[in-house]
Design a protein around this ligand. Structure first.
Ligand SMILES: Nc1nc2c(ncn2[C@@H]2O[C@H](COP(=O)(O)OP(=O)(O)OP(=O)(O)O)[C@@H](O)[C@H]2O)c(=O)[nH]1
Ligand SMILES: [Mg+2]
Length: 219
C-alpha cells in the first residue's frame, strides 16, 4: 500500500470517530468547540477565566490535549469544572478516537458545552475533525500579526478568532502588532470569521466572547 493510501485510510478512520462524537454530542444537545493555537497563546488561561465568569450562565466541560502532563486539566479542575486530560505522547494533534474516550469520562448530561483544548500547534490540528460544532483559533499578540497569512488553514476553518494578550500592546516591543492587519488577512481567508480582541489576564474584551458563546448554546 502506498503512503497516500495509508494516509487516506487513517483519515477516514478519524472521520468515522468524529462522526460518532458529533452524534453523541448532538444526542446530549451539546455544543462542542475545538480550540487551536500555538503553544502558550493563553488557551488554558482563557478557558479557566471563561468558566469562572460564566458560572451560572453556561456549564462547560473541558478536554485537554498535551504531549505530556495533566497540568492543564488540573488548572481547569481548580475552577470546579470537569476536565479530562489526554496525553498524546508525541502526536502534534488530538484524534477523534482519543476525544471519543474522553467524552465517555465527562458528565455530558450535566453540561451545555464541551471545549477541547487541542495540542498547541497552528498546523496539524487544523486537519483532524474531532466531531466539534466549530473550531476556534487563538492568536496572542506576542506571536506577530503575520500569522493568518502564514498559517492560513486554521484561520480559514475557524468560526472565531480570539486575539489574546491585548494588555501587552501597551508594552514597548509589542506596540507594532497591527490588529487591523490580522482582521484583514483573517477575513480575506474566511468572510464569516468573528474576531474578538481580548485579554484573559485583565478581562478586557471578554464580554463579547461570552455573548458569542452563550448565543451558540441558545441557537
Ligand atoms: N499578559 C498576558 N499574559 C497572558 C494572557 N493570557 C495568558 N497569559 C500568559 O501566557 C502564558 C501561557 O498561558 P497558557 O494559558 O498556559 O497558554 P496555553 O495556550 O494554554 O499553552 P499550551 O497549553 O502550552 O499550548 C501564561 O504565563 C499565562 O499567564 C493575557 O491575556 N495577557
Ligand atoms: Mg494550555
Amino acid at each position: 500500500m502506498d503512503k497516500q493510501t495509508v494516509g487516506k485510510r487513517i483519515l477516514s478512520a478519524n472521520e468515522q470517530f468524529a462522526q460518532g462524537n458529533a452524534e453523541l454530542l448532538a444526542a446530549h444537545n451539546l455544543v462542542c468547540l475545538n480550540m487551536i493555537s500555538s503553544p502558550g497563546s493563553g488557551k488554558t488561561t482563557l478557558l479557566a477565566r471563561t468558566i469562572t465568569d460564566m458560572r451560572g450562565r453556561l456549564r462547560i466541560g473541558v478536554i485537554e490535549g498535551d504531549l505530556r502532563t495533566d497540568l492543564d486539566a488540573q488548572r481547569i479542575r481548580a475552577t470546579q469544572a470537569p476536565a479530562v486530560q489526554i496525553e498524546t505522547k508525541g502526536s502534534c494533534h488530538l484524534s477523534a478516537e482519543q476525544v471519543h474516550g474522553a467524552l465517555g469520562q465527562l458528565p455530558l448530561a450535566d453540561l451545555d458545552m464541551v471545549i477541547i483544548e487541542n495540542v498547541g500547534n497552528l498546523v496539524c490540528p487544523a486537519s483532524f475533525a474531532l466531531g466539534e460544532s466549530a473550531k476556534i483559533v487563538v492568536l496572542s499578540v506576542a506571536e506577530g500579526d503575520d500569522k493568518p497569512a502564514k498559517y492560513p488553514s486554521i484561520f480559514a476553518r475557524s468560526a472565531a478568532l480570539l486575539i489574546n494578550k491585548i494588555d501587552l500592546l501597551a508594552a514597548e516591543g509589542l506596540a507594532d502588532f497591527d490588529t487591523d492587519r490580522v482582521r484583514t488577512d483573517a477575513s480575506l481567508l474566511n468572510r464569516s470569521i468573528e474576531i474578538f480582541p481580548l485579554s484573559a489576564r485583565t478581562g478586557q474584551g471578554m464580554e463579547s466572547w461570552y455573548d458569542w458563546l452563550a448565543a451558540r448554546v441558545r441557537s
